[in-house]
Ligand binder design. Structure first.
Ligand code: CMX
Length: 129
């Protein structure tokens, strides 16, 4: 498993890009709306590891609830696996609580799945293939 990206919940992508891109100097790879997840994402490259800024698209967005409860900040870590269905089956076997029992398609078109933060000290983990 390799760290693929770090998701960071922000109120405004435009406002935060000024620092992540303008001051820290990371290259912006793309900005995309993901309506099925009610989020807009801006993905920056940090020497092979991506920084994914997440902005809520509406009041019902999970990112909005996250920011309302905890404020802006680290939202999730995403790890890359070779076979996501195998990784999910292994976790299920080990009784790890899953949010997604089967993989779905993520913002980049790759298969993704979320693991419940309960097993991971309150940290939301995303797997991607
Ligand atoms: N950090 C810690 N805990 C979190 C969390 C976070 N970022 N997000 C949710 N939780 C907790 C909730 O508080 C809840 O806890 P309890 O069960 O104790 O109440 C639990 O996890 C489940 O959360 P939920 O929102 O009630 O569950 P849903 O199944 O409705 O949604 C999730 C889960 C992770 C999909 C959603 O909360 C979310 O974050 N959606 C946005 C996903 C995202 O970042 N998409 C960006 C694009 C990703 C990509 O395509 O690459």
């Amino acid at each position: 498993m390799k760290l693929e990206h770090i998701g960071i919940a922000v109120k405004s992508i435009d406002k935060r890009l000024a620092v992540w891109q303008g001051v820290l100097g990371f290259s912006l790879l793309y900005v995309k709306e993901v309506p099925e997840q009610k989020v807009k994402v801006a993905v920056l490259d940090c020497h092979g590891i991506h920084i994914e800024l997440l902005e809520a698209m509406d009041e019902q967005s999970a990112v909005r609830s996250f920011i309302d409860k905890r404020g802006e900040g680290v939202h999730h870590l995403c790890f890359k696996v070779d076979d996501i269905e195998h990784a999910l089956a292994m976790m299920k076997h080990e009784k790890v609580k899953l949010i997604d029992e089967t993989a779905r398609t993520g913002a980049s078109g790759k298969k993704i799945a979320f693991i419940h933060p309960k097993n991971l000290g309150g940290v939301l983990i995303e797997l991607t293939e």
